[in-house]
Design a protein around this ligand. Structure first.
Ligand SMILES: *Cc1c(COP(=O)(O)O)cnc(C)c1O
Length: 392
């Protein structure tokens, strides 16, 4: 579809970047497994030479993802972490990064344990106050890393404000849009330079792919990233590219249901006797509710809560849910429950974890597409069980 930007998002999700296969008429993009492509004369080819450099299935996905984020260019990688790695490889020793402190555990690990020792220093700040970014800037700051809503505290960061601050400092502003998806929030339209996704989560949506992407409208940044994608080689496979193309067709419909069920559960949990605190940007008493209402179309499918009774109660709750599967990851059709302190954010030192708010009783829910009533009953009985752990 050539005029993709004029279409509604729900239509783009199905058609953008894709046309029936010119050879067979296949309605779904074929999975092209060839590792090399025939040339009619040296250097004369169809646009594809060698499949690390470019592959038709991945190419379709990359154009598709660019359209969904309203960007000019997309690149698909073997994981979200590989996508981030490519972006960080645009930096050089001595360069400085400012990141939000409440960040995906793997992002924290990559910044501190891989790029830190390579001479790229990161300052982690509480980004719900944009002034903290201004104070953390150095003459060498080249990248500002935003993740919003944050993981797992579901704080909301003002992309437009921080993008202004980053631009004034000539730093690249990157947004990890994994939690929100382009259905709820489009950071490039808010002034960000590049969007990163873990395709593993909502975009694929079926818990059967690990993948990542970078989307930008900055031609020179894209050229550098494309070079790194090929030179470092952390590409997404044709089969995984096909699965993500399949997944995004239902993204708008899935997000609608994820958001509606999460909002209903958050509302119900906020007055549950076994729940000490609840974190969901859609609740009126969430500290950034007003910003979330402006910045996001809806409030997402993730809910965090603190169960009364700390670790023993949390452990009991996590062992007793039946529909909410105890597992890392998020954004699939099935509901998941996890314990950030022991699981996804275990790589963050305990003092830093507690300072962010990741308490021992903190539980993160990825609300899936099962019937709301069944999900509520499942949580209710497990929460009641968790409180029995206190009585013993
Ligand atoms: C999962 C995740 C990542 C990392 O992606 P992988 O595909 O697991 O490498 C980065 N950011 C967020 C917010 C995530 O949820």
């Amino acid at each position: 579809m050539s005029d993709s930007r004029e279409r509604h998002f729900d239509t783009l999700a199905i058609h953008a970047g894709q046309a029936p296969d010119p050879v067979s008429g296949a309605v779904m993009t074929p999975i092209t497994l060839a590792s090399t492509f025939a040339q009619s004369s040296p250097g004369v080819h169809t646009g594809f030479e060698y499949a690390r450099t470019g592959n038709p299935t991945r190419d379709t996905l990359e154009r598709h993802l660019a359209a969904l984020e309203g960007g000019a260019h997309g690149l698909a990688f073997g994981s979200g972490c590989a996508a981030m790695t490519a972006l960080l490889q645009t930096l050089k020793p001595g360069d400085h990064v400012v990141s939000c402190n409440d960040v995906y555990g793997g992002t924290f690990r990559l910044l501190t344990k891989v790029f830190g020792p390579a001479g790229i220093d990161t300052t982690f700040v509480e980004m719900t106050n944009p002034e903290n970014v201004e104070h953390a800037l150095r003459p060498t700051t080249r990248l500002v890393w935003i993740e919003t809503p944050t993981n797992p505290m579901l704080k909301v960061i003002d992309i437009e404000r921080i993008a202004d601050i980053g631009r004034a400092a000539s730093a690249t502003v990157a947004v990890d849009n994994t939690f929100a998806t382009p259905v709820l929030q489009r950071p490039l339209e808010l002034g960000a330079d590049v969007v990163m996704h873990s395709l593993t989560k909502y975009l694929n949506g079926h818990s059967d792919v690990v993948g990542g992407a970078l989307i930008t409208s900055d031609d020179s940044l894209h050229e550098r990233l494309r070079f790194l994608q090929n030179a470092a080689g952390a590409i997404m496979s044709p089969f995984d590219s096909f699965l993500v193309l399949r997944g995004t067709k239902t993204l708008p419909v899935r997000m609608q249901r994820h958001c509606a069920s999460a909002a209903a559960l958050a509302d119900w949990l906020s007055s549950h006797a076994a729940v000490e605190r609840i974190y969901y940007p859609g609740l009126k008493d969430h500290p950034q509710h007003e910003l979330a209402s402006r910045q996001m179309a809806e409030f997402g499918g993730m809910v965090s809560l603190v169960v009364r009774g700390g670790l023993p109660a949390a452990r009991r709750l996590l062992e007793r849910t039946e529909l909410f599967t105890l597992a890392e990851s998020l954004g699939g059709v099935e509901s998941l429950i996890e314990h950030p302190a022991l699981m996804t954010h275990g790589s963050i030192p305990k003092d830093k974890r507690l300072a962010i708010g990741i308490a021992d009783g903190l539980i993160r829910l990825s609300v899936g597409l099962e019937a709301l009533d069944d999900l509520q009953q499942d949580l209710d009985s497990a929460l009641q069980e968790s409180q029995r752990a206190l009585e013993q």
